[in-house]
Design a protein around this ligand. Structure first.
Ligand SMILES: Nc1nc2c(ncn2[C@@H]2O[C@H](COP(=O)(O)OP(=O)(O)OP(=O)(O)O)[C@@H](O)[C@H]2O)c(=O)[nH]1
Ligand SMILES: [Mg+2]
Length: 362
């Protein structure tokens, strides 16, 4: 055992140049959220000896094939992880999903002589199949995962079918595909719905009612929400991020003013803007101006339970965040505003900037 590890150390010292040309290390899981991250070492896998300490005290090559082996990584601040020897030249490491743990392991293996496989290989963008895999991992609902899976087949096929066409036919098809690019993009990035309006009208209460739990602080005082508070959910299987914003009003208070500035910035990028007004007070010129300036705005009259005489406002929906009246209708309206149309099952479309670029270059 001791002898084996000495041999390994010697090989590492003298063959480091050779190893660097043949041994690669690659992060398999995408950056971002994830409980577990996976790394693949290919080539001279005993390069991990000395870094990975198996609980069964065996070296990496002595581990049984396709068997999970528990151990820890490094000499200082040891990190728990598991490894699986896939074959003579492939080892997979599964560690904590955070970036720090992954970077450390990738760094240690590179210091030991491995080359980072993702460098260079992806400099000119990801191969299509890899990109679809990443998109699929970003899907947060079954519905979007299903759409992405379908596109992973349809999109490359559509690209192939474009090749024999005349320039004119090709342009038409491409234009057709590009009309769905916004829809496609939202399969991996939630639609942004921003709630704005005067203070105390019930913006935070409405978000809580829509998502079904208390994310935003609700309080009977104007100026409660000071920052942009976001919450992600899904309506009818579509991923949506709601942003709760500070009530819009003139204020001398610095913190509130910053919140209002941030609210205005968020309003601009909203895919759908919900302008909330109080049933009793109704709409002012300020809300009318905000609605007119946004291309996809919806007026929501809240607190209909407490108003004796509900202000009648054209093109608005009436709800009560407290009693829940109208909330289901509002949710359905939000979906129909964000996703007015769904592409045919056979329609190919791009989902990423790289795919849009690809079509534009054809
Ligand atoms: N009766 C009634 N009260 C409501 C309704 N919605 C909210 N409220 C109350 O109105 C008050 C303000 O609600 P919030 O949700 O904090 O209002 P906001 O618009 O987020 O307020 P700011 O963050 O200060 O801008 C709270 O006391 C809520 O309980 C409703 O539909 N009916
Ligand atoms: Mg609030």
């Amino acid at each position: 055992m001791q002898q084996q590890s000495n041999v390994t150390t010697l090989r590492k010292r003298f063959e480091i140049k050779n190893l660097s040309s043949s041994t690669t290390v690659k992060r398999l899981t995408p950056r971002g959220r994830g409980a577990v991250a996976s790394i693949r070492l290919r080539g001279e896998i005993d390069l991990a000896d000395g870094l990975f300490h198996a609980a069964n005290n065996k070296s990496v090559q002595q581990q049984e094939l396709n068997r999970i082996c528990y151990g820890d990584w490094g000499t200082e601040n040891q990190e728990d992880l598991v490894c699986v020897r896939i074959n003579e030249t492939t080892l997979e490491l599964h560690c904590h999903g955070g970036d720090a743990a992954v970077e450390r392991i990738l760094g240690d293996l590179q210091k030991a002589g491995a080359v980072l496989a993702s460098q260079g290989q992806y400099q000119n963008g990801l191969p299509l199949a890899e990109e679809f895999n990443l998109c699929l991992q970003k899907a947060t609902t079954k519905r979007t995962a299903h759409e992405i899976l379908r596109q992973s087949k349809l999109f490359p096929e559509a690209i192939e079918q474009l090749k024999p066409l005349t320039q004119e036919e090709r342009s038409l098809r491409i234009r057709d595909m590009l009309t769905w690019s916004d829809f496609g993009e939202h399969l991996i990035k939630p639609w942004q719905v921003v709630l704005c309006g005067p203070p105390n009208v019930g913006k935070s209460s409405l978000i809580n009612a829509l998502v079904g739990f208390s994310r935003s602080v609700v309080f009977d005082q104007p100026g409660t929400t000071r920052d942009v508070v976001t919450v992600q959910t899904a309506l009818e299987g579509w991923p949506i991020e709601f942003s709760d914003t500070a009530g819009l009003r003139e204020t001398e208070e610095t913190l509130e003013a910053i919140g209002i500035k941030k609210a205005k910035e968020r309003i601009v990028v909203a895919d759908l803007l919900l302008i909330i007004v109080d049933a009793q007070s109704g709409i002012t010129q300020n809300e009318e101006a905000i609605a007119a300036a946004h291309e996809n705005a919806l007026l929501v009259v809240n607190k209909i339970d407490s108003a004796s005489d509900v202000a009648s406002i054209n093109n608005s929906i009436q709800v009560s965040a407290i009693t829940g009246k109208g909330i289901d209708k509002l949710a359905a309206l939000i979906v129909s505003r964000l996703v007015p149309e769904i592409p045919e099952q056979s329609q190919a479309f791009p989902m990423t900037a790289q795919q849009v670029e690809m079509l534009n270059q054809l």
